[in-house]
Write a new protein. Sequence first.
Length: 395
Amino acid sequence: MNKMKILYITPLRGGIGHWSRCLIEELDKLADITIVTFKRKRKEDVTKPFTRVTDDFILEVINPERPHHIIEYNNKKSLEDLVRLTDKIKPDCVYFVMWAGRQITWFLKDYSNMLNKKNISIVLTLHEAYPQILQEGDIKLFTDAYAYADHIVVLTDDALSDLRRAGITIPISIILHGNYHAMNKNKVDDREARAIISKHLSVKINDKTRVILFFGFIRDYKGLIYLIRAAPYVLEKTPTTLFIAAGSLELAENPSQYRKEIQRLDLERKFLLFPEFVKDYILMESLYKAADVVVYPYVGVSQSGVMFTALGMKRPVIISELGSFIRKLEKEGVILTSKPKDPISIAEKILYLLEREEERKELAERAYRILENEYNWEIIAREYHNIFKNLTMKS
């Protein structure tokens, strides 16, 4: 029996690229997958366009010659190219991985409409149904872009509720975010990781140093400012603690506020800001492995790939008590939560874990086991395959 043909459209870098890499690895066993990706996502791509996959984690599964680099924002010819490719491949179903980017909504809407006319089903996965930072007209803009989909997949109950409140009646499934255990290559142990970070950040991290890590793109809704404000409360009781925040400021609304707050609180030697996208794999793993606790003090969140990465690295996680997926993980004993926008609550949870080494280890190990079983990519791929298959049978 021939495998069904799926045209899979996704970013192939950053968090969604990692997510798609894990899903494609399993979907490749079930279907004939043709991958389409994007030439432009970040501002830097205007002068240096993305033309090939360079992320080592993604390259484990996706040969750099395999993707079709087609879609360019604000380029109607790109849409025409994709339609021609679709006509050539004749997929049974198109699968579009969507993020909350305003610049892509026109493309999705026009392409989906064309697919409807060709009687080809399209399935969307929305990593965020709507932007975390809403602008006037965003609900209508995104809702209109989803109008021609045959099936929508979201990662949380909250996202499903948001879509229903917006008036979307299309069938919607919830499929959980998978684990990122595959990112833990064990290239370094904890001691080696601390030596690497010490050298890279020009700071001495010894066995007595307690390290708190924030990792990921830095934007207002990620709440880094509240972790900075929590630091003095932690340092008052545990002065050997070192805070590290690593992540790109490229999309930050007010990038200077973090250094200003660090200076205002006299934390220059205790709160290190590494404001860059971490491309080097050894450095990325070392940042996680050097940490005693990883903290995500979010103000708003729909899901968090970097949180799943931390859990895959067997690091205990504290995250703001926001959203259904966090409540589910907390109930399962996978994470600890703090109150959003509350530096004292964040500090109290950090101190709680720093004072209980065995409990930190148990939390991390329990999280790893639960995610390995319940957030398994093989199961997730089968759920997607069933959606594709059911739509194909109806068409």
